[in-house]
Design a protein around this ligand. Structure first.
Ligand SMILES: Cc1ncc(C[n+]2csc(CCOP(=O)(O)OP(=O)(O)O)c2C)c(N)n1
Length: 371
């Protein structure tokens, strides 16, 4: 059985599940109408991309799709709290965060087609906001010490940059995460740790991951603050991350726990009906982050059916066009390209692996290394 934000007295929220909200808290955000709408449009875009991605997987175009339905507010709000010069290392399912940072949809989709990622800019100073990140990592939790190391290095070089690193409730059980948080606390690294508690690590529920009441409560053990936020309330995830980003700029890390729920399966290969009840999923469907935010926008005279229809149509069209583009270019490039973004100066063993791959390509043909 899942836990709900309203079960925690100290869980930060702004817009309640019924759409009612705290006027003063909203005013203090100092967001204009366009910015309020942008948060909505990013969430709708994330959902449309997900629908397209799943459809492509069902058609056999992608091996795999990680699902993010219901998690949009926990992705979009934190990303919106960053300045362009900041860094964001998320898990690969956080489409809303990537979209909010301006990452082209085709780029997100190509990861699932090629299994590796490319960057437009070689120089950090020339990177767009969405490029200021590390490659997506399959080894759960390792992005945490890597982000801490990156931001420590950037701070030592005198750059005023903050890192936002996302990890799941399951990933937070990893030693790497503890090492990264401990290091950040000791060396005042400008990082915000976002624990995306969606309550399932594939089939393992959150109470199989931690005996602590909340992940936020771990933070004082590292010497910094932790905050629990309603992960289905995009304004609350935005506000608490923005506060944490401000603290990070002053050299103080924060752990932000976004309490939410993964309504979709873990991935397109997972059958979630085998380990959880439909009633539980349904109870969270009633707390859908997009529906809730729509009620808020209606109250602010920013939303009507016509607007919703146009946002949805545009999101679907962009997702469709990005998919067409990704499918059209996936065959470009050569198999050994996957080595290109690994190291500026590859160590000998990487060169050997590259040679090995080239020999296999020679033997079996390039087609054997594409899908
Ligand atoms: C080191 C490592 N162990 C196991 C896996 C297999 N694995 C992939 S996703 C996943 C669950 C991750 O759960 P969580 O951290 O809660 O994130 P979520 O997928 O729910 O966003 C596991 C165990 C992995 N990728 N890496």
């Amino acid at each position: 059985m899942s836990r709900f934000p309203e079960e925690f007295d100290d869980c930060e929220g702004i817009v309640a599940p019924d759409g009612s909200y705290d006027e003063e808290a909203v005013a203090a955000l100092e967001l204009d109408d366009e910015e309020f709408c942008e948060l909505y449009e990013s969430m709708v875009q994330a959902r449309a991309l997900e629908e397209r991605g799943l459809a492509l997987q069902r058609r056999g175009e992608f091996h795999f799709w990680m699902e993010c339905r219901g998690l949009e507010a926990a992705h979009v709000g934190p990303a919106a709290a960053l300045a362009d010069r900041d860094w964001m290392n998320t898990e690969w399912r956080q489409y809303g965060a990537q979209i909010q940072r301006g990452r082209p949809l085709v780029d997100i989709l190509l990861f699932w087609l090629r299994g590796y990622e490319t960057w437009e800019s070689d120089e950090i100073d020339e990177m767009d906001a969405y490029e200021r990140r590390l490659p997506h990592i399959v080894a759960v939790g390792t992005q945490v010490p890597q982000t801490v190391g990156l931001l420590w290095g950037r701070a030592l070089q005198g750059h005023d940059e903050v890192g936002l690193v996302g990890v799941g409730d399951g990933g937070a059980s990893k030693g790497d995460v503890h090492a990264g948080m401990n290091f950040a606390g000791v060396f005042d690294v400008p990082v915000v740790f976002l624990v995306l508690n969606n309550q399932w690590a594939i089939s393992t529920p959150v109470d199989g991951q931690t005996a602590a009441e909340t992940y936020a409560s771990r933070a004082p053990g590292y010497g910094f603050d932790g905050v629990l936020v309603d992960g289905n309330d995009v304004l609350a995830t935005y506000r608490e991350t923005r506060r944490a980003v401000e603290r990070a700029r002053a050299g103080e890390p924060t752990l932000v726990e976004a309490l939410t729920y993964r309504r979709g399966a873990h991935s397109s290969s997972d059958d979630d009906t085998r380990y959880r009840s439909e009633e539980d999923v349904e109870r969270w469907r009633e707390r859908d982050p997009i529906d809730r935010y729509e009620r808020f926008l209606v109250d602010r005279d920013l939303w009507d059916e016509g607007y919703a229809e146009s946002v949805r149509e545009r999101a679907e069209r962009r997702a469709r066009e990005a998919a067409e583009e990704a499918l059209a270019i996936r065959g470009e490039g050569s198999p050994e390209e996957l080595f290109d973004e690994l190291f500026a100066n590859p160590p000998a063993y990487v060169d050997e692996q590259r040679e090995e791959l080239l020999a296999l390509v020679e033997e079996h043909g390039e087609g054997a290394f594409r899908w």
